[in-house]
Each structure stands twice: as C-alpha cells, then as structure tokens.
Design a protein around this ligand. Sequence first.
Ligand SMILES: [Zn+2]
Length: 181
Amino acid sequence: MNRCAPLPTALPALLLAGLIAWPLPVLADRAHQHGAARLDIAQDGRQLTIELEAPLDDLLGFERAPRTDVERRSVDKMLAVLRAGAGLFRIDAAARCTLAGAELASAALKLGPPATQAADAHADLNASWRFDCTGGAPAHVDVGLFEAFQRMGRIEVQVATPKSQRKATLVRPATRVLLPR
Ligand SMILES: [Zn+2]
C-alpha cells in the first residue's frame, strides 16, 4: 500500500497565520492511498452534490502529465467518463435527478485551479457533480466507479442529508449507498 502525506511542511504555519483558508477537517484525515478513494454525497432540497477525491493512479495507472499518445488518450477517456457522470452514479429513479454540472481538478493534469499541494511523486484528481432532483430526495445512489476504474478497490463514503450524516465504506464490487431521509 502506497501512502504519502501531501502537505508541505510550511503549510501549517501559513494556516496558523491565516494566510490560507482551507477546510481543516478535510485536510486532517486526508491520506493519499492507492486503491482507495473518498466520496462525499450531500443532499439538500433538490440539490444532490457528489464529490470524489481519488489518487490519479486509481483512474489512470500513473500520476503525472501524460507523455505519450497512448497516455494522452487514456487521460482523455478518463476525463470523458468523469464529465459524463451519468454512468458513474445511478441515482434512485424516483428522485428524477439530472446532471446539472461537473467540475474536475488535478494539478498534475493542469486541470482546475493552480495546485496548493506539495509537489511530490503522487497526485490526486478531484471531481464534483451537481444533480438537480425534481422528484424528491433520493433514497440511494449506486456508484459505478468500480466498473469504470479497475484499479479502485475501496471508497470511503460520507453522506450528509438534512436528516443525518453517516459514513460508509464501499468495497468492490458493492455499489449501493443509502441516503437517510
Ligand atoms: Zn500516488
């Protein structure tokens, strides 16, 4: 199992000095671990937001900018799968959710805002999807990440709804996350 701490040593001092606004609780339990991804699912009213943080290795098999045409094609294919969203998350049909937007960020791939994490041998990708649900609160979401990305084996899931918050772990080949409502 490959681990690394993505924080540069100077960052805590900057945080203490108030120079960088950063969601500390997220940072505190953040660990880059190959094979394991994090997924935050939040539902409130008609909005369903899903955020993914995954090692690039899980999605691509490498953690740097592509160097060959084959690698560039792998990156393009991965980004297309993530942007489409629909195949990755099969949401309770009764809730009639439609994808309203998707954003991707990965410093190694020069996607999204400039990097704030240390330059080391590892790299992550962050993705977020917004769904608009006109049929009410969904009872469950089936996560298709294991089907799409063979290297991913475990997903630590956090769910937040107006009713409650809970944590769950999806281990391949499980897909279903229940949303309390
Ligand atoms: Zn890595």
